[in-house]
Every structure is written in C-alpha cells, then in structure tokens.
Design a protein around this ligand. Structure first.
Ligand code: HEM
Length: 360
C-alpha cells in the first residue's frame, strides 16, 4: 500500500481533536471552534520550538562548541524566532472573535486556563527563566496549576541545562583580547574616560544651556560614567549582581560586550549572531506576552482570568518581568562608537580573521 498523505500525517487523530463543548450543553457557540483551533496550533508550534531548543541545549553541553555546531545552534534558534513571530501575529486571528462572542462560551471553560500549558512552562524553563523572578499566581507556585503527573517534567526543566546556562558557559570560554602587550580593559577604560571628558568639555562651552542645565547634564554624565564600573570592577559588578541587577557572570558579561564591540571581526561574527538571536527570542516572547495581555484586556476588561489571576494585569507584569536575557539589552549602555574603540594590534586582528590562503 503506497504511503497516503492522510495516514502519514495522522490527520484522523489531528482533525478529530477540535471538539467544542458548547453544543453538549445545548448552546452551540460558533466561535468556539476558532478558539480551540488557535490553541491547538499554538501547542503544535510550542512542540516544534521545544524540539529545536532541546537539540540546541544538547549541542551546548559539549565541553567546547565547534564552529559547525555554532552554525547549527544559531540556525535553529533563528527558526524558533521565525515561529515566535508567527505566534505573535496569530493573535490577530483569535481577535476576530469579539468579546461578546467569547462570552457565549467562556463560562464553560472555568477553571481551565492557558496558565496550565505545560509546554509553555517548559519553554520558559528551558530558556532559563529563574524561579526566583517568576511572578507568583495567587501567591501559589505555577506548578500548583499543573496536573500532578506534569509537575516533575516542569521542575526538572528548571534544574537542567538551559539556553541561559549554555550561553553563559560558552561566553565564559570566549578567548579575551587581553594580553601583556594589549591590556584591552585598561585601554577601553581610557577610551571611555576620554569620550566622557570630551562630552563634559562640550557642555562647558555650550552657550544654549543655562548653568543649572549644565550642572544637571554633568551630574547625569558622571552617573553614567560611574555605571561603567560594572564592567571594569568585578567587586562592584558582584554587588550589583547580588542585588539582582545582573544575572550573567562577570566573565560572560565582558565576553558579550567584547563580541558586540568587535562584531565586524570574522571570528566574532557567528558569536554576534548568537547573541543577537538570544535577544531576538527574548524580545519576541515579551512581545507575545504583551500582545496576549492586550487581547485578554480587550476580551475580559477587568474580569479575572478563567484560571483566577488578575487577568490582563498579571499578564502585563509578566511581559515586564519574565525576560531571560535582559543583561544583553543592558549591555548597550557600555557601547562606544566604533571610531572610539581601541584599535586592535595587528597580531590580535590577524588571530580574529579567517586568513584564507595565507601561508605565513
Ligand atoms: C480569548 C483569548 C484569550 C484570553 C482572554 C486569555 C486570557 C488569559 C488570562 C487572563 C491568563 C492569566 C491566567 C488566568 O487567570 O487564567 C492567561 C494565561 C495564559 N494564556 Fe491566555 N488567553 C487567551 C488566549 C490564549 C491563547 C490563544 C494562548 C495560546 C497558547 C494562551 C496562552 C496562555 C498562557 C501560556 C498563559 C500563561 C501565561 C503566563 O503565566 O505567563 N492564551 N490567558
């Protein structure tokens, strides 16, 4: 018997899973099928995302990640990014259901809620959302909402390797440019100070500013300069990290900064793509959270969620707080324009190039 499209894709099983419950209680709600179909398609995409993410975490487990594997990692994470983009726009489809339509069957859903999606929790945990920053739900751990047989799987993903831990370990192994004849961080500090002194001098001669405005501008600039201590002074960084201002280690933060500053060097290009895609994924998930929160607000107004949370307020707060790679966004504060970066000595530059056909 030749393989049949229907059988290969198990369409009988797949297409028999969309079963509205409103007809069972004698009040058929037209929109309920759309509600189920959209949720099913989300869960299918979550499945694909977790499949890609697991393969990336496995590659990150190696003591050193080869360039080939790095290409695969970046490529698969970019695929996750493409899926997440799709998940954000899928909200448009569900929003063709009006709040009034939703009310036709919403009461039948209690107390079920997207809050109980195991795959979504696995996605958060595998990306590296730490349990200590997770917002609680009615002061209860999120696991209280899962089925008992799912709790072990969800919590195991909290303690196993995550994209955050894999990226951190990999960053910590990034070779530094630091050497006796090229003390990079000292040079970078000088470049930063020179740049600030130049800006301060420009404030002094700015005839459009009042003396109070000048004082304020100088004060702000000094505060910005002192914030640079986070990348120059490990003890200062550690204190800030203990307060929860940073999550990555000092070594990882410095490597991430270096990669972004010198991203044009061939050796750093793949690494730069990796950092970029980590930021993209974080940003896309935040966008989804926000989009979903707005949809919940439109649908429910001030009503609580079917799962009992404060509804859209809880969801908006997760968009603010549940970022995994916020450190990579913060790092931008320590950038200098390319023209002000310390020039790499020829030896360091050569070691960061591919030098095809070079016989020296
Ligand atoms: C009419 C459309 C929707 C409304 C009004 C809505 C509303 C809500 C509300 C109020 C919550 C907070 C928990 C609660 O109290 O129930 C929630 C959580 C959640 N919903 Fe939805 N939702 C909708 C559609 C969707 C869709 C299509 C998905 C796709 C999978 C989804 C996934 C989730 C997830 C994963 C959570 C947990 C979020 C977190 O804890 O960070 N929701 N939803």
């Amino acid at each position: 018997m030749p393989l049949n499209y229907h059988d290969y894709l198990k369409l009988d099983q797949l297409l028999s899973a969309q079963k509205p419950i409103s007809p069972d209680v004698g009040r058929k709600a037209h929109e309920e099928l759309l509600f189920i179909t959209v949720h099913h398609s989300y869960e299918l995409w979550f499945k694909q995302i977790l499949f890609e993410l697991d393969s990336v975490l496995a590659l990150f487990k190696a003591p050193s990640v080869s360039e080939d594997d790095m290409g695969t990692i970046v490529h698969r994470l970019e695929r996750i990014g493409a899926i997440l983009k799709n998940l954000i726009t899928q909200v448009d489809i569900l929003e063709t259901m009006t709040p009034l339509d939703f009310l036709e069957f919403r009461d039948l859903l209690y107390p079920a809620s997207g809050f109980q999606s195991l795959q979504f929790r696995l996605l958060e945990n595998k990306l590296g959302l730490p349990s200590d920053i997770r917002l609680t739900y009615n002061s209860q751990p999120y696991t209280d909402q899962l089925k008992s047989e799912q709790v072990k799987t969800a919590t195991a993903a909290e303690s196993e390797a995550t994209l955050f831990s894999g990226l951190q370990a990999w960053l910590e192994r990034t070779p530094f440019l630091e050497s006796e004849d090229f003390p990079f961080w000292q040079k970078y500090r000088t470049a930063v100070e020179d740049s600030f002194n130049k800006d301060l001098a420009e404030i002094d001669v700015n005839s459009f500013l009042t003396s109070e405005q000048k004082d304020r501008a100088r004060e702000q600039m000094r505060a910005t300069l002192s914030s640079f201590s986070a990348i120059f002074d490990q003890d200062f960084f550690q204190t800030e990290r203990n307060k929860g201002h940073w999550r990555l280690s000092f070594a990882a933060i410095r490597a991430a900064l270096l990669i972004q500053l010198y991203r044009d060097e061939p050796l750093f290009q793949q690494a730069f793509r990796l950092l970029n895609v980590a930021k993209e994924l974080d940003g896309q998930l935040t966008q989804w959270r926000y989009r979903h929160a707005l949809m919940a607000q439109k649908m429910l107004g001030r009503k609580v969620g079917t799962g009992g949370s404060s509804g859209s307020q809880y969801l908006k707060a997760t968009a603010e707080k549940h970022s995994v790679f916020s450190d990579l966004f913060q790092l931008t504060s320590f950038f200098l324009p390319r023209s002000k970066l310390p020039a790499l000595p020829p030896k360091a530059k050569r070691s960061m190039g591919f030098n095809y056909g070079d016989t020296q």
